[in-house]
Ligand binder design. Structure first.
Ligand code: NAI
Ligand code: MG
Length: 360
């Protein structure tokens, strides 16, 4: 019997509503050609329209509702003309990440054919790495406060929180991930020269966890130098693991080194699979182009491939990515304007779907 996966689909706002249907078109095609089934249920919450009707971003029972699914396929949330960004983001996506303990944020950085990257002299194949960001603790803590506010004695403190549990589990994920790749190379982002308490601890844990992975080469760079190397020597990297803040920066810098925001995917993963993981493009709702049918659907399609990989369908995931590469390498007129073409979201999505399963 072929496998069956339950997918919760949340298009959200703006171009999320335009690119999600193209992502689904490609996922359905991957299911047909690779003999598995997708049960897709679409939800209208986590959107400005829902907020306007209900005054909240999510229904009270969102947690048990979404927990019943194998994965969440997410578009983008945010429509600042209707609901302030901190309300829409903290009221939806960030709650999913926390409550579902999606402690790994995974962002592939790969230069694809047909995409003009900003780095001179780099060809597809030169840049192919993954950023693994710790997604729940570290520098983004709510421990701290202000004392003597508004006076000359004003004090502001915000603590970094690193727990052995939290650090080790993301490192272990990164080592396992590196082990599954050809290069088997893990780079750790640190700053133990300047941040002299928490970062040496991070380094120590990399050493300790790394002992269980003698087959994975490891090195470390201070975050400032690492940022420079992303631009100057991106071919050095395979898997890069970083704390929440460093990972946040690197996971935007990395994809920026490979071209348009429209193609970058990401995954928020609960590796133990106690909760569903969430797959989304890196971009937001793009109010400036929403409604015009010109958004690039590739970020949404590529994160669909990451979802299939996570669900245990690596062949289908690879087929989806090959289809993206084949279409990008083909005539530019089928591509969306951000890629230099004159195509629409639907045309590009349809062209990619048609190639799924027909490339090897
Ligand atoms: P954005 O990513 O929506 O747009 C930035 C720029 O990139 C815009 O010029 C847009 O037209 C372009 N762009 C983005 N995706 C594209 C695509 N697929 N194809 C072609 N061009 C694309 O970021 P912005 O404008 O800062 O935020 C807009 C809204 O999205 C805000 O409400 C923000 O909070 C939200 N947002 C949500 C995210 C999420 O759901 N994870 C992530 C980032 C922003
Ligand atoms: Mg960011």
């Amino acid at each position: 019997m072929s496998a069956r996966y339950r997918i919760a689909v949340i298009p959200g706002d703006g171009i999320g509503r335009e690119v999600v249907p193209e992502g689904l078109r490609c996922l359905r095609r991957a299911a047909e050609t690779h003999d598995f089934a997708l049960d897709v249920v679409e939800f209208d919450f986590a959107s400005a329209a829902y907020w306007e009707r209900h005054g909240t971003m999510l229904p009270g029972d969102w947690q048990p509702t979404l927990e019943a699914f194998d994965a969440i396929y997410f578009g983008a949330v945010g429509w600042p003309a209707v609901v302030p960004d901190h309300v829409s983001l903290w009221g939806s996506l960030l709650r999913f990440r926390r409550v579902f303990d999606q402690y790994v944020n995974l962002r592939p950085v790969r230069l694809l054919p047909g995409v003009r990257g900003p780095l001179a002299g780099r060809a597809p194949g030169d840049v192919d790495f993954v950023v693994v960001r710790e997604n729940t603790e570290g520098e983004y803590s709510s421990v701290g406060g202000r004392v003597f506010e508004g006076t000359e004695r004003e004090i502001v403190l915000q603590e970094t929180v690193m727990t052995r549990h939290g650090v080790d589990r993301v490192l272990r994920f990164a080592f396992e991930y590196a082990r599954g790749r050809e290069a088997r190379h893990l780079t750790s982002a640190t700053k133990s020269n300047g941040i002299a308490i928490s970062m040496p601890y991070w380094d120590e844990r990399v050493e300790a966890v790394g002992r269980d992975y003698p087959d994975v080469d490891r090195d470390k760079y201070h975050i400032d130098a690492l940022a420079a190397h992303f631009v100057l020597n991106p071919d050095r990297f395979d898997v890069v693991v970083a704390s929440n803040l460093f990972g946040d920066i690197l996971s935007d810098l990395g994809p920026a080194c490979t071209g348009t925001l429209g193609i970058a995917p990401s995954a928020n993963i609960n590796p133990e699979r106690r909760y569903p993981s969430l797959f989304e493009p890196v971009h937001g709702s793009a109010p400036d182009i929403a409604g015009r049918g010109i958004a690039n659907p590739i970020g949404q399609i590529w994160c669909g491939a990451m979802m299939l990989e996570h669900l245990g369908e690596p062949d289908a995931a690879a087929a989806l990515l090959s289809a993206v590469e084949a279409v990008l390498a083909g005539p530019a007129d089928a591509l969306t304007p951000d890629l230099g073409g004159a195509g629409t979201t639907t045309q590009l999505g349809t062209a990619i779907a048609a190639r799924v399963g027909s490339t090897t």
